[in-house]
Design a protein around this ligand. Structure first.
Ligand code: ATP
Length: 366
């Protein structure tokens, strides 16, 4: 099921009538989510991710714009009529019911023509329980399950009505690190097996990058960039997106462009043909540094941390914006950890230049 947003906007009125400040939670969001894909809605707290999800689900009504499921305009439809499955962070299972009863609950609530024969309800419940691999636990109560198992029950309950769209709101936040990894792979597998268009809200960029077919990065209600996770990482449209994606994060410096050369401090670190003379921000991905004693970029060496295949080099420079510079280089590099300084050559496609005022990307010829 393809989903189309047409200039979707949500404005919350001010709570304080005097100040009159309304909150634009989502602003002019237009986008088509292709059929059968897993989309990660990503951004810091308050950027409008949940509001977008609630508008798709029908729990909140847009202030402006339209939502289509396929060719159907669902903007005015209730949640029940839309055919969406919803999974929340806190699972929201009924504690007094068994796993089986929890999964059956949405089917038992169907009325009229939608009502299914009991046999079919049970078959469906077993099918989804098997899909999320909890079919052995059907007679247990939620309190007798781990967090990961409870989340699987919540997903099974959302799938049992065979929704057209599956919506997941921070589904992994309550799980510990190991379970988070495992459950996110499970979500990917379940989504692939069912082929249901799925939208997944998270503030965790690594989570979104690892399982999404496409990510939507939001900031203050405004979509910043949409694309395949690797493409957005490799080619961020502005400084916010560059900083939001990547662990360790992009290294940011104050820089200057003069006569087609990019300077950080006194060092002419890269040729940036086609960029006019100006002050800029420079973002360098941690993997963009090549240790080179004759390299043009000079930094003060702080520490060298060997991590097996790679080495993490911590250094600093007066022009840096972040607390330290973290570069990741191959362990074959023999670095003298007692040296005071370290020099680098930069990989041009790992260096991003941004306008100092707008923080938009400035492209240069590599
Ligand atoms: P989080 O990750 O913290 O859940 P989010 O990205 O999901 O954040 P939203 O919950 O969509 O963000 O909120 C977006 C903005 O809208 C925020 O500024 C929030 O305070 C505001 N907002 C959300 N719901 C309401 C509401 N019912 N009334 C007024 N303002 C609201």
């Amino acid at each position: 099921m393809k989903i189309v947003f047409e200039i979707l906007t949500k404005i919350f009125p001010s709570r304080n009538k005097k100040s009159g400040e309304e909150v634009v939670a989502v602003n002019d969001f237009s986008f088509t989510i292709p059929d059968g894909k897993l989309i990660g809605l990503l951004g810091p707290s308050g950027c409008g991710k949940s509001t977008t999800l609630y508008m798709i689900s029908g729990l909140q009504k847009p202030t402006g714009g339209k939502i289509f499921f396929g060719d159907d305009d669902v903007t005015e439809l209730t949640t029940e009529k839309r055919g969406v499955g919803l999974v929340f962070q806190n699972y929201a299972l009924y504690p007094h019911m068994t796993v089986k009863q929890n999964i059956l609950f949405p089917l038992q609530n169907l009325r009229g023509a939608d009502k299914l024969p009991k046999k079919e309800m049970l078959e469906r419940a077993h099918y989804v329980a098997k899909l999320v691999q909890i079919d052995e636990l059907m007679e247990r109560k939620p309190s007798e399950l781990s967090g990961g198992q409870q989340q699987r029950v919540a997903i099974a309950r959302a799938l049992v009505k065979m929704p057209r769209v599956l919506l997941l709101d921070e589904p992994l936040s309550n799980l510990d690190a190991r379970l988070r990894l495992q459950t996110r792979e499970e979500i990917r597998r379940i989504q692939r097996e069912t082929g249901i268009t799925t939208i997944f809200v998270t503030h965790d960029q690594e989570e979104a990058m690892s399982i999404s077919d496409m990510i939507v990065v939001m900031k203050l209600g405004v979509v910043q960039q949409i694309g395949k996770p690797q493409d957005v990482y490799d080619d961020p449209t502005n400084l916010f997106v560059a900083k939001f994606l990547g662990t360790p994060p992009v290294n940011v410096f104050n820089g200057t462009v003069k006569d087609g050369k990019l300077y950080i401090g006194e060092d002419a670190v890269l040729d940036v043909k086609g960029v006019s003379d100006q002050d800029v921000y420079v973002g360098i991905r941690p993997e963009g540094f090549i240790v080179d004693e004759n390299g043009p970029f000079h930094c003060n060496l702080r520490s060298v941390e060997v991590m097996g295949r790679d080495v993490s080099v911590v250094s600093d420079n007066p022009a840096m914006q972040s607390a330290v510079i973290r570069s990741i280089v191959d362990a074959d590099n023999k670095i003298d950890a007692t040296a005071q300084t370290i020099s680098y050559t930069l990989k041009p496609h790992k260096v991003f230049v941004f306008n100092k005022e707008t923080e938009e990307r400035i492209y240069f010829e590599v």
